[in-house]
Design a protein around this ligand. Structure first.
Ligand code: NAP
Length: 246
């Protein structure tokens, strides 16, 4: 019986690899948004399920024994689907979500906001040279407040939305180095960096670089976690949780 890993993160890929190493059948699911996704080892399926009802059908058709929701902390819709579908299908669900950066000691220059639109407004108040690392899909929410700013938006895939004249797009994908992040921020003469509270090590060097350069950081808070779902914060804990189900 298969472990379904809802993926799109480094943790999801690591979990799939470790399960495959143990010889357990694993199926990873990706949304299919990124043009050239980093594929996990083992079987992979791409694309949405058609909401919670579609996921319920999928779980029974594919004889899924257990689901690990290892999606990104900001992928709230798929997590909500999993939290509804798994109990309905009688399939155990674990949430694997890396810790956020909320506990950082050096957060003096950090400005927390609840959503992207507010992050744009706060960033506009803090400076007119801004680096955005909040992802392609959310760019339209940032445009109104930052339409007159000099913005460098770093994204994985090309942007199809029409962006203001003063905006530049940089296509790149982590993991990033401290040196590279320093070069990016100073090259743009950035006064402000906007990020989601994604957590993890892969995208952390930008925070260290911003601190070293005295740059203001606007951090978008995570959406609320789904209540009542067992949650762990690292891959080993997920494997331990799966083991005690056997
Ligand atoms: P989302 O808003 O939660 O999901 C939108 C819809 O995409 C879902 O309702 C679902 O469609 C489908 N979907 C999402 N993740 C899926 C998965 N792993 N497998 C199958 N279908 C999936 O998600 P998002 O924020 O657009 O993120 C999409 C993917 O990118 C996620 O898998 C996430 O792990 C990854 N990612 C997201 C971010 C971010 O900042 N949001 C950053 C890095 C990676 P149906 O309703 O039709 O099932």
């Amino acid at each position: 019986m298969t472990v379904l890993v809802l993926g799109g993160t480094g943790e999801a890929r690591e979990l799939a690899r470790r399960l495959a190493d143990e010889g357990r059948p694993v199926l990873s699911s990706l949304a299919g948004r990124v043009e050239r996704p980093r594929l996990p080892v083992g079987d992979v399926r791409l694309g949405g399920f058609g909401g919670a009802d579609g996921l319920v059908r999928f779980l029974s058709e594919e004889r899924v024994a257990v689901v690990v929701d290892a999606t990104h902390p900001f992928a709230a819709r798929i997590s909500a689907s999993a939290a509804r579908a798994c109990p309905a299908a009688g399939v155990p669900l674990l949430r694997l979500a890396r810790p956020g950066w909320g506990g950082e000691a050096d957060a003096g220059r950090w400005h927390w906001t609840d959503d992207l639109a507010t992050a744009g407004a706060v960033a506009a108040r803090l400076g007119d040279r801004v680096v955005l690392t909040t992802g392609r899909q959310g760019l339209p929410e940032l445009v109104p407040a930052l339409s007159h700013a000099a913005v460098l938006a770093r994204v994985v895939d090309p942007v199809r939305d029409l962006l203001p004249e003063g905006w530049r797009v940089l296509l790149d994908r982590g993991p990033y180095t401290l040196e590279g992040e320093r070069a990016l921020l100073s090259g743009h003469r950035a006064g402000v960096l906007v990020t989601k509270d994604s957590g993890g090590e892969m995208t952390r060097p930008k925070l260290d670089a911003a601190r070293q350069l005295g740059i203001e950081v606007v951090v978008v808070r995570r959406p609320a976690a789904e209540p009542g779902v067992d949650t762990v914060t690292d891959v080993q804990a997920a494997l331990d949780w799966l083991e005690q189900l056997r």
